[in-house]
Design a protein around this ligand. Structure first.
Ligand code: HEC
Length: 132
């Protein structure tokens, strides 16, 4: 009985030190992503042309990607960012090419985003999609 408890305690300690180590990690992916400095320039480069008030994408879907508020508001059908969960966020599904080619973004013959750019947006979402 005591042996079992000891094992459980050791396990608990091992788990918590792993968590502590992860918290101390200096890996680049742990650095906070800034909406204004990192995410906005990507949207301006690839999306704003159509997703500004009056642009083709904004008129068709209601999605205005020119401000934090617009990004978080989403389209007239619903939100495109799920804070903490890039996997199920519509914006990541579309820019990572996980949707049908006909609806992936950006539209038409525009070049897709680089892996670095889609990763930056995914990290920002996974870190809580803050207005930072
Ligand atoms: C060339 C114009 C154009 C560009 C550039 C563009 N979009 Fe769009 N977007 C549209 C249009 C038009 C729609 C309306 C729906 C459709 O036609 O698929 C749309 C719709 C969307 C939707 C809603 C999709 C849905 O199913 O509800 C999202 C999300 C989106 N765009 C994100 C983006 C992102 C992110 C970028 C930049 C990486 C981007 N778009 C770049 C034109 C564009």
């Amino acid at each position: 009985m005591i042996k079992v408890r000891k094992a459980a305690l050791i396990h608990a300690l091992a788990v918590s030190s792993v968590v502590l180590l992860a918290g101390c990690s200096k890996e680049p992916e742990e650095l906070p992503v800034s909406f204004n400095k990192d995410v906005m320039p990507i949207l301006q480069k690839h999306c704003s042309e159509c997703h500004l008030p009056g642009g083709a994408g904004e008129v068709a879907s209601g999605l205005d990607l020119s401000s934090y508020e617009g990004v978080m508001k989403g389209t007239k059908f619903g939100t495109i960012v799920r804070p903490g969960d890039s996997t199920s966020s519509t914006i990541s599904i579309l820019i990572e090419g996980r949707a049908d080619p006909s609806i992936n973004m950006p539209h038409g013959d525009r070049p897709p985003l680089s892996k670095e750019e889609t990763d930056t947006i995914a990290k920002w979402i996974n870190q809580g999609a803050k207005n930072n």
